[in-house]
Design a protein around this ligand. Structure first.
Ligand code: SAH
Ligand code: SF4
Length: 385
């Protein structure tokens, strides 16, 4: 498997978790979608252009999503010249446009799953879902994932590499374009619940979200964006410290370290006592509640006593629990909890005043769990471990 050339930051107080970009990254052509508004402005100014060119360029890039910026006669001549010189074949910049390997709709027509090919041949999944006429995109943040959750098709692939900012933004554009092609309005919500662990790719993810939420661009407001983590404690604390305005979901799946780590190996690195302390401090610092995800697996974590222990764990935390019946994957033997047992689980939570929703298994026929379409299409076999 292709290994990433990222290096792990061993400095600072993050326990060596966050990664830093490789030093030679700047010499290769870069995607214009990698840059925040401020960074784009700096690039133009460094090339001798007025900062006033940034807004029109930004609008074309992120609001109009013009496929070909070079033919935009209405842009100011200095900006046109700059684009002609630097964009495209042999230039310093390009615009990410991953090719579509598959576009599969579920039988009910409410879920579409895209398999997108990146420039180095890696493929990632982006999902478009419709709830009551409103559309949500679910995007990937890494190719593969290092966290190894046993029931997850992405975890079964192992880690390949982090996605760049532009590769994350490009997925939202792809979903937005697909919607526009059908005459729908824009995307309403965004969830970072595709392939990969967003907080393992913190800087790229947060820059991508800054771009995606910009009112002059894709304009998905922060309260309509949800970031889901397997429980990367330094990342949760950093989100709170930076007062990042997004919704947070934490994948729990087990209420004791032993049970959780059997499903989510990274539970050994950040045991529940640390994880829940980070969640409490996140709620205190931000004043926001946390969504907790619990994949319901028959016989493994779905009994009323599991529900009682989950309720006890969440005592005093502003929490909402999303219960997700397992989507079967090739590399894991477990099966989904039946709907009666899911209701019984939910009733225990309700009795303890913990709010919850049993999430529909959306688009089960399009391989709804993250990583499943890639695994199916490319016949990626789970890692032997
Ligand atoms: N890495 C992040 C976000 C991506 S996974 C995280 O783990 O939170 C998004 C959610 O899908 C997580 O709650 C994850 O546990 C769940 N998930 C993954 N594979 C699944 C499957 N086969 N069935 C049901 N839920 C699954
Ligand atoms: Fe990674 Fe999330 Fe899958 Fe776990 S569930 S392997 S953290 S993508």
């Amino acid at each position: 498997m292709h290994k990433s050339n990222e290096t792990i930051d061993t400095q600072g107080d993050t326990g060596g978790f966050f990664t830093i970009a490789p030093v030679d990254a700047c010499t290769a052509p870069q995607s214009l979608l990698n840059f925040s508004f401020g960074q784009l402005e700096q690039i133009l100014v460094a090339d001798g252009l007025s900062p006033t060119h940034t807004r029109p360029l930004w609008r074309r890039l992120h609001r109009d999503m013009d496929p070909d910026l070079l033919v935009q006669a209405s842009l100011a001549p200095p900006l046109q010249r700059w684009l002609t010189k630097h964009l495209g074949q042999g230039g310093r910049f390009f615009i990410d446009a991953p090719s579509e390997v598959a576009d599969i709709a579920s039988c009910d027509g409410l879920t579409r799953k895209f398999l997108l090919r990146l420039s180095d041949g890696q493929s990632i999944e982006t999902v478009l879902m419709e709830f009551k006429g409103r559309h949500t995109a679910c995007v990937s943040t890494q190719a593969g994932c290092a966290m190894g959750c046993v029931f997850c098709a992405t975890g079964q692939m192992g880690f390949v590499r982090h996605l760049r900012v532009g590769e994350i933004v490009a997925q939202v554009r792809h979903a937005q374009r697909a919607l526009r092609a059908l005459g729908h309005g824009g995307l309403r919500n965004l969830v970072l619940m595709g392939m990969g662990e967003p907080l393992h790719n913190y800087d790229a993810v947060l820059t991508a979200l800054e771009i995606i939420r910009d009112p002059g661009g894709l304009n998905i407001g922060p309260s309509r964006i949800t970031l889901s983590t397997v429980g990367v404690v330094p990342g949760i604390l950093r989100l709170a410290q930076e007062q990042q305005p997004y919704n947070l979901a934490v994948s729990l799946h087990g209420a004791s370290d032993e049970e959780r780590s059997a499903l989510v190996p990274v539970g050994r690195r950040w045991p529940l006592v640390e994880l829940m302390a980070a969640c409490r401090s996140y709620c205190a610092d931000t004043g926001r509640r946390i969504f907790f995800e619990w994949t319901l697996i028959a016989g493994a974590n779905d009994s009323p006593s599991h529900a009682e222990r989950l309720a006890a764990l969440l005592a005093g935390i502003q929490a909402h629990v999303n219960l997700i019946p397992l989507n079967p994957t090739v590399g894991y033997q477990g099966t989904a909890t039946a709907s009666e047992a899911a209701k019984a689980f939910q009733a225990v939570l309700q009795k303890a005043s913990v709010s919850s929703t049993v999430r529909q298994r959306r688009g089960i026929d399009v391989a709804a769990g993250c990583g499943q379409l890639r695994a199916d299409k490319e016949q990626v076999r789970p890692r032997s471990s």
